[in-house]
Write a protein of this length. Structure first.
Length: 370
């Protein structure tokens, strides 16, 4: 299947162009703020050490510079991590030992295939068009790559997007959604995993956050609050095959996460998590996750029992970074202490017994959830 994808993409006429729209460039420049990183921070060596800790909650700590994306493999054995200033690495979730390194341009975004054999990464940043460097005109640059997760070998590159601000692999493993912009403007591309073909371009909505429904039928999309004031501030749920809107309601979300049964979606924005009905959009409940720092990541545990939140300053390292896990039935919230700066990303283990978080303090930590 991967070979088919290679061949199709090699012969595809669907390629990027250097002629970008003003909106595309705007999304690229503003999108950098969501990573909270400076373009001057480059080429820093990634994981230099890992430590299995005796802490009651923290099982493992790795040194990774400014990791902004992290994902647990579906079998629970490996974790992939990367960022604009950190290499993409695949490592053992129990020991922290690196098993593969991916030579990605920027692993700002990444996700696993269902079978654990592949990883998709996307890097996006704003630079100068070298073909016309004298003009000083900024150009959005993005690269979406499919990798062999075991060998670290680059398999194929998708060039349909000029900038990517979010990506997500469908739970059934058949499609990859990419939010950002192409030569036409703001869009979400839904691509076939096996052939590399573009199946759907969902337009009319500037999105920087994506989440698939558990049954892979629907996609939730939103713009985050950092750049939401520039564009239309809406959250949407739409059909992943037809692009038809199911729900459109006002608001922004720095993070989106579906409940395992698909009935609710958690929207984290500012300091509040809102739980909304995915059929009607109605607010069913909400709670304040943290005081004094905005939420940057929300993740519903696979068993449906917990919601984890992380955050801090979205633009600069901030000592108010936090990790919290809320048990929904009781409302009890546990704070996990250790990170000293903004916590940028999180991911649950498939068994819901561990949580991995990454911070601008240069560490990735694995926590045991009691």
């Amino acid at each position: 299947m991967v070979q088919i994808m290679r061949n199709r993409l090699a012969n595809s006429k669907y390629t990027s162009t250097t002629q970008l729209t003003r909106r595309s460039i705007c999304i690229a420049g503003l999108g950098l703020l969501t990573a909270g990183l400076s373009l001057n921070v480059r080429h820093i060596v990634g994981a230099s050490s890992y430590t299995v800790t005796p802490d009651a909650h923290m099982l493992l700590m790795r040194q990774n510079n400014y990791t902004s994306s992290i994902a647990w493999s579906h079998d629970g054995s490996r974790i992939a991590s990367g960022g604009i200033a950190a290499p993409v690495e695949v490592w053992n979730a129990a020991t922290g030992k690196t098993q593969a390194s991916l030579l990605a341009k920027d692993g700002v975004l990444l996700d696993w295939s269902l079978d654990g054999q592949h990883i998709v990464t996307a890097g996006g940043f704003e630079g100068i068009d070298q073909s016309n460097a004298a003009s000083g005109v900024p150009q959005a640059v993005s690269e979406v790559v499919l990798w062999d997760a075991v060998t670290g070998k680059r398999l194929t590159t998708y060039n349909g997007m000029s900038y990517v601000s979010a990506l997500a692999w469908s739970p059934d493993g058949t499609r990859i959604a990419l939010a950002g912009s192409d030569a036409v403007g703001a869009t979400v591309h839904v691509c076939d995993t096996h052939t590399g073909n573009l199946l759907l371009a969902y337009r009319g909505h500037v999105a920087s956050r994506l989440a698939w429904s558990p049954d892979s039928q629907w996609i939730a999309s939103s713009i985050d609050s950092i750049i939401g004031g520039v564009f239309e501030r809406t959250l949407r749920i739409w059909n992943s095959t037809t692009g038809q809107d199911r729900l459109v309601w006002s608001g922004t979300a720095n993070s989106l996460s579906w409940s395992p049964d698909g009935a609710l979606i958690a929207c984290g924005d500012e300091e509040v998590v809102q739980l909304c009905d995915t059929g009607t959009g109605a607010l069913t409940s909400s709670y304040k996750a943290n005081s004094g720092a905005p939420i940057l990541g929300v993740a519903w545990s696979p068993n449906g029992r917990f919601i984890a939140t992380v955050g801090g300053s979205p633009q600069f390292p901030d000592p108010k970074g936090f990790v919290q896990v809320r048990e929904l039935a009781s409302g009890h919230t546990t704070a996990y202490h250790g990170h000293t700066l903004t916590v940028a990303a999180l991911s649950w283990s498939p068994a819901s017994d561990r949580l991995v978080t990454s911070s601008y303090d240069g560490t990735i930590r694995v926590w045991e959830i009691a």
